[in-house]
Design a protein. Structure first.
Length: 119
């Protein structure tokens, strides 16, 4: 679903840029260039043309898809670490001691009190 909305969002961006670039600027009529007067220059602005309506529609779609792409992923996934699994804990076995030698100091037989303690 997010992929579909992203595709619509990108297509809307491209179409929005094209529709804005195809529009003529304000006062770009031929009469404004030569200083002549016409009803469109001084009077009524006339009806909106196709590109203005298209631009408004595409801008609305752009805002809706932007908000959707911001809100939807945060509701689907609560944490960045959700779904992360820690590597399994590995337990290592100590090496077997050589015959006749203790494995470590913890397993050595008690030897009795040391000479420092008796004095």
């Amino acid at each position: 679903m997010i992929t579909l909305i992203t595709v619509i969002h990108i297509a809307t961006i491209v179409l929005l840029v094209i529709s804005v670039l195809l529009q003529s600027g304000k006062g770009a009529e031929i009469s404004a260039s030569f200083g002549g007067s016409s009803q469109t220059v001084f009077g009524s602005s006339g009806g909106q043309n196709f590109f203005q309506k298209l631009t408004y529609t595409l801008a609305g779609i752009f805002m809706v898809t932007s908000l959707t792409l911001t809100i939807l992923p945060s509701r689907l996934k609560k944490s960045v670490l959700e779904g992360y699994s820690a590597p399994p804990a590995t337990t290592t076995q100590p090496a077997a001691p050589a015959a006749g030698q203790p494995a470590s100091a913890e397993q050595a037989p008690p030897t009795g009190p040391s000479e420092d303690v008796k004095k």
